[in-house]
Design a protein around this ligand. Structure first.
Ligand code: FES
Length: 278
């Protein structure tokens, strides 16, 4: 059988024989071959002829394992194939570095793109730093009819109280006055951020028509001027107000007007100046 196996080996391509013929020939001569081995050998020769661009793996050539058959000569695919220099499942250091570099550049690009879009995007419609359209006087009164009689209108998008000044003063004095069409100069937008340490000032108490901060009891009259009680250094800060061509009231939170200094009052209500809302 061995002479037949050697004859079959001659059927392999010359390049193959030049590289592996010696080792495989040794292997063949040292084994006791069976008919099935010859069939395997013949199949390997046919395969090598059909795929001349491929070479058997080194493991095949030395044919180490399988003492019972010439399995190295007919390895399961991809035994015939380019000899890999490394396990394809293992990531080389260079590939790893390349991937990390690519990921870093990708992240930087996304960050740059996000920053550019944020810069170009129109400003938010709510919060401080934009001009807010509150609505026409009619629209405000539809939401808060008592505003015409002096009750402050809480305009949350600007975090401000809108004060109808003549009506509010009358209310604080205990008079009944309805002002349904105040001009821009008669409307105040008081920022609810307390000028002491920034607490949110609650709505005016009904008992005395005053604002009183919960945090340290700083007290302000109905037009936001500082009264004696509390540590705040000045009256409530305010925003510019204008009336648009369509009659709408606008509050501009891009500009903050500092509240009047402590002790400066243009309006005095009938309650003791050193007391709060209680
Ligand atoms: S934060 Fe308002 S009184 Fe201190």
């Amino acid at each position: 059988m061995n002479w037949l196996a050697r004859a079959i080996l001659r059927l392999y391509p010359a390049a193959w024989r030049e590289r592996y013929g010696h080792e495989v020939g040794d292997l063949v001569s040292r084994r006791r071959l069976r008919a099935l081995d010859l069939v395997d050998l013949l199949g390997g020769a046919l395969d090598a002829r059909l795929h001349p661009q491929m070479v058997p793996s080194l493991q095949l050539a030395v044919g180490a394992p399988a003492p019972t058959a010439l399995t190295p000569m007919r390895p399961a695919r991809p035994a015939y194939g380019a000899i890999a220099t490394m396990n394809p499942g293992v990531l080389s250091r260079r590939s790893f570095m390349r991937r990390m570099l690519g990921a870093g550049i990708g992240l930087l690009s996304i960050e740059f793109l996000g920053g550019t879009l944020a810069f170009l995007w129109p400003p938010p419609a709510e919060g401080i730093g934009v001009e807010h359209r509150v609505g026409t006087i009619r629209e405000i009164l539809a939401v808060s009819p008592d505003w015409a009689r002096g009750t402050p209108y809480e305009f949350r998008p600007a975090n401000a109280f809108l004060i109808n000044v003549p009506a509010a003063k009358a209310m604080a004095l205990g008079d009944a006055l309805e002002v349904a069409d105040p001009g821009a100069g008669e409307i105040l937008a008081l920022w609810r951020k307390c000028p002491h340490l920034g607490c949110m000032i609650p709505t005016a108490c009904e008992t005395r028509s005053r604002f009183q901060c919960y945090c340290h009891q700083s007290t302000y009259n109905i037009v936001g001027e500082k009264l004696e009680l509390g540590p705040a250094p000045r009256g409530m800060d305010r925003f510019p107000v204008r009336i648009g061509v369509d009659g709408a009231v606008f509050v501009d939170t891009r500009e903050v007007i500092s509240g009047p200094p402590k002790g400066v009052q243009t309006f005095v209500d009938p309650h003791p100046p050193g007391e709060g809302c209680a």
